[in-house]
Design a protein around this ligand. Structure first.
Ligand code: PSU
Ligand code: MN
Length: 304
């Protein structure tokens, strides 16, 4: 086994017994939400997975170890440290390991560590993608390349329109990543159920999600699958409100000269401030909704 990988006893026992396990990321804890809502949400997401019959594996890098399964104390530690924890993408892993440092895992690194541990289902909020203006900046999230090469099903609420959603879909098509709408033909845009862009396929049951991903794995087709699960209607935000906040946030980002890996955390925090915290409440609900679907899908994976 990889000497840098550290699987928690509970997760290891579940994997050995063939029980459903769902991976969770830690950048959403350290960079995606403020303290203490980040820790409360992370623990609530774990509880939601348990209530739905799956074992949670919150993934992070702690003291240079690739952790699959964090304790509540470790989650509290990452949440309290917040953005001072390094946001760790694929390129950062070797340095953090060699230096024995901490890192918050993005979708990319959560997929990498989940796959090392043998976990195939991962629930989160939103993924990174092709940023608006990428024609000039080249800012394309490593999440898309990871979906192209690592065998993990990522269940999210679509992508925020801080990204260029059309170009993000084009990129995923080129890389052979199936984009599934759960119960919808339209790509959801995180806070809202509508983006105006179609998904590749609509799937209505966790059983069919599981059967589809199993088929991909069995054929040796490289890479993951993106499942986009719309935010429940009652928690969704009016499209005009969120679009306006995003335009404003992008303007402020350009004015402040922010670029590179700081873009996404800056935009997330700005949008939250501009919507007076309403977006944070939606954000929490959509993650819980994704956790429920992920638990059901992980259970179905064991049957197919
Ligand atoms: N989008 C969100 N919430 C998040 C992120 C993205 O709506 O928390 C985080 C995820 O960890 C994702 C990362 O993998 O940001 C993407 O960062 P970048 O755009 O720098 O690749
Ligand atoms: Mn980027």
């Amino acid at each position: 086994m990889n000497p840098y990988l550290s699987i928690s006893p509970e997760v290891q026992e579940a994997l050995n017994a063939g029980k459903p396990v769902v991976a969770l990321e830690s950048t959403i804890i350290s960079h995606g939400m403020p303290y203490p809502q980040n820790v409360e949400t992370a623990l609530q997401v774990e509880q939601t997975l348990r209530d739905n019959g799956a074992v949670p594996a919150t993934i992070a890098i702690i003291g240079g170890k690739l952790k699959a399964g964090c304790t509540p104390e470790e989650i509290e530690y990452l949440g309290k440290k917040g953005p001072s924890v390094i946001k760790a993408s694929r390129r950062d892993l070797p340095v953090l390991i060699a230096r024995g440092e901490d890192g918050a895992t993005t979708v990319t690194t959560t997929m990498i560590i989940a796959a090392m541990a043998g976990i195939h289902v991962f629930a989160t909020g939103g993924i990174g993608g092709v940023h608006r203006g990428a024609q000039q900046t080249f800012d394309i999230s490593a999440d898309l390349e990871e979906l192209a090469q690592t065998p993990v099903m990522v269940i999210c609420a679509g992508a925020k329109s801080i990204l260029d959603l059309g170009l993000t879909l084009e990129y995923l098509e080129t890389k052979g990543v199936p984009v599934i709408g759960f119960g919808t033909d339209e790509l959801p845009a995180f806070y809202t159920r509508h983006s105006g862009f179609g998904v590749d396929y609509r799937i209505d049951t966790p059983e069919e999600l599981a059967a589809t991903f199993k088929a991909k794995l069995a054929c040796g087709l490289k890479g993951g699958m993106l499942v986009t699960n719309p935010i429940p209607e009652e928690y969704s935000m009016p499209k005009e409100v969120i679009d306006c906040a995003i335009e404003h946030a992008i303007h402020d980002m350009e004015e402040a000269g922010i670029h590179g890996k700081a873009c996404t955390p800056f935009l997330l925090a700005k949008v939250k401030d501009l919507t007076g915290g309403e977006s944070l409440a939606s954000n929490i609900q959509l993650v819980l909704n994704n956790a429920r679907l992920a638990a059901q899908t992980a259970k179905a994976m064991n049957k197919y």
